[in-house]
Design a protein around this ligand. Structure first.
Ligand SMILES: [Zn+2]
Ligand SMILES: [Zn+2]
Length: 245
């Protein structure tokens, strides 16, 4: 069994500790064929990549691809976009989409919401629902619908750590993701997808990915935690896009 690529790694362009080169060198050391640099979308007011940094990242990655092609590794520029509204909006526009190779989507606190209503549900309602049961079901329903709208609006490769921070109806999300070819991530750094969620999602025809979500170069390619949960859920490993058996 081999990990082909790690498609979720962070660098100093958001709040990772290593450079793009550091992550690539670690990926080569771990025997990966591909690595994606996916820093946080610009809507995150603490960690977001500055919009003006994307052309620099593009240039750096193009150069590194030339340099490292003989080592048999391909480097992708991506972004971990933020869900910013219940209408399925994200913090990446078409101009940015045209500069990247891979688009991921996640839910994070600390993002500028599209409207005040979105802000209430997403950044007040979701954290509050952890301690107060009031409105929890309703929030799950609207969180899920927002993700489904976003994956229908944009070509999203996979949803990062689904269910983390904002609870979702995992079976509905898996079913709708399968229809548009979006995979669900089993993230090594976050507890989602959990074993329980994998068991529910795998009833649908959806694909999975395992990623490190490395914020330090040494963590690139470390997906043991994800694989442990996948195995515990009895997920057939052929259903994981970046694993070759
Ligand atoms: Zn994330
Ligand atoms: Zn991340």
């Amino acid at each position: 069994m081999n990990l082909i690529g790690d498609y979720h790694t962070h660098t100093i362009y958001s709040h990772g500790t290593g450079t793009i080169r550091d992550n690539v060198e670690e990926a080569i050391k771990k025997g990966l064929k591909e690595i994606a640099i996916c820093d946080h979308g610009p809507g995150h007011y603490l960690y977001g990549v500055k919009k003006k940094s994307f052309p620099l990242m593009r240039e750096e990655i193009d150069k590194l691809n030339e340099e490292f092609a003989p080592k048999g590794i391909k480097i992708l520029l991506g972004v971990e976009a933020n869900l910013t509204g219940y209408d399925g909006s994200i913090d990446i526009d078409d101009k940015l989409i045209n500069q990247i190779d891979i688009l991921l989507l996640g839910y994070h606190y600390g993002v500028t919401p599209r409207t005040i209503f979105d802000g209430f549900g997403m950044y007040i309602g979701n954290p509050l629902s952890k301690v107060l049961p009031i409105g929890r079901e309703r929030l799950i329903e609207i969180n899920t619908r927002a993700f489904v709208k976003a994956i229908n609006n944009y070509k999203i490769e996979f949803i990062t750590h689904p269910g983390s921070k904002a609870k979702v109806d995992i079976q509905t999300l898996a079913r709708e993701a399968a229809k548009v070819g979006t995979a669900l991530e089993i993230n090594s750094k976050h507890s989602q997808l959990s074993v329980e969620s994998i068991k529910i999602a795998m009833k649908e025809n959806v694909d999975f990915v395992v990623n490190s979500d490395a914020h330090r170069p040494e963590d690139v390619g470390n997906v043991e935690e994800s694989l442990k949960r996948a195995k515990e859920a009895n997920l057939p490993l052929e259903r994981i896009r970046n694993i070759r058996i």
